[in-house]
Design a protein around this ligand. Structure first.
Ligand code: FES
Length: 314
């Protein structure tokens, strides 16, 4: 994916472990700035991380991401927090796999922890569009509510609720679902347990759709055993074997076939490739069940073949 040069022009603490990072593009303007979108921040040659945009300037020259420092993480957040103001980085995207629907249905935004970032942008867009919605921000304690001030700055009043487990007890998701208007939308992003709880409680909704974005990978344990299979490139008929221990992306790279790479965890969509033939075993965390059911594209970093062969549009 094409990248642009950008400079870190602001770094502001939002909570004890979370900071806001403002980047300014070196030339021109960022394209595709919209609620739900994320960017790839290239922190070094082999360290690329995806962060949702929560704000941007009207002239498209600056954008903001919020990043939680994960001391036991894979290094991306520590590298971000180590950036000094003035640092130059390459930025890819924005790309959006978590778009707001255009239908004027009642929307409930359920944010958990740092997963609140895309939902701040969505709340702003819904507000500007004059749509009916509410925001519920679930955190363990108030000091961890890094995006609380950003929601409050929007002036949402009674449309916004911060719920802190330590003072408010556990949140009653099924009761919320039952209270929603018929055929409404839920947009949710947060830690995996919260996301799963929202999806489970969704059975109590009276119609409607849950749109969600994961930011932690689905583990292999969730998918059971992996088998080997072969891939064929539609353009030249080349065939490569993918062993149970390898990913399609790794095999393509080994054989000199270029595919964009981002998270390598099935969370960003950088490595998406069209599939011409064969049944896909989807293992990503971004495609909706409807998108997966089309069986027409896949994340090559994690997804595999259900059968013995896939033909890729490469
Ligand atoms: S590299 Fe991010 S989904 Fe594959």
């Amino acid at each position: 994916m094409q990248t642009v040069k950008a400079r870190l022009i602001g770094k502001t603490p939002l909570s004890p472990d979370t900071g806001d990072f403002a980047f300014e593009i070196a030339e021109g303007r960022f394209q595709g700035l919209e609620a739900g979108a994320h960017v790839d921040v290239h922190l070094s040659d082999d360290l690329v991380r995806q962060y949702s945009i929560w704000s941007w300037s009207l002239d498209g020259r600056t954008l903001n991401v919020a990043v939680k420092r994960e001391d036991g993480g894979r290094g991306g957040s520590l590298a971000m927090h180590a950036l000094e103001e003035g640092a130059q980085v390459e930025i890819g995207g924005p790309r959006n796999h978590f778009k707001l629907g255009s239908e004027n249905r009642y929307a409930t935004l359920i944010a958990g922890g740092i997963g609140a970032t895309p939902l701040v942008a969505m709340a702003r867009e819904l507000l500007n569009a004059g749509r009916d919605f509410q925001v519920i921000y679930l955190v363990r304690s108030k000091d961890l509510a890094a995006m609380d001030s950003k929601f409050r700055d929007l002036g949402l009043d009674e449309w916004y609720r911060l719920h802190c487990d330590d003072t408010d007890g556990s949140f009653d998701l099924p009761a919320l679902m039952r209270s929603l208007p018929v055929d409404s939308d839920i947009y949710t992003c947060g830690p995996e347990p919260m996301l799963n709880a929202v999806l489970d409680a969704g059975t109590a909704m009276r119609g409607g759709t849950i749109h969600f974005e994961r930011f932690s990978a689905i583990t292999d344990a969730d998918h059971g055993e992996s088998a080997g299979f072969e891939i064929e490139l539609a353009s030249n008929g080349a065939v490569y074997q993918v062993s149970p221990q390898e990913t399609i992306l790794e095999v393509l790279k080994t054989n000199g076939v270029h595919v964009d790479v981002g998270c390598s965890e099935g969370l960003c969509g950088s490595c998406m490739v069209d599939v011409v033939e064969g049944e896909i075993d989807h293992r990503d965390g971004i495609l909706t069940p409807e998108e997966q059911a089309t069986n027409s594209y896949m994340c090559t970093c994690v997804s595999r073949a259900k059968g013995t062969r896939l033909v890729l549009d490469l």
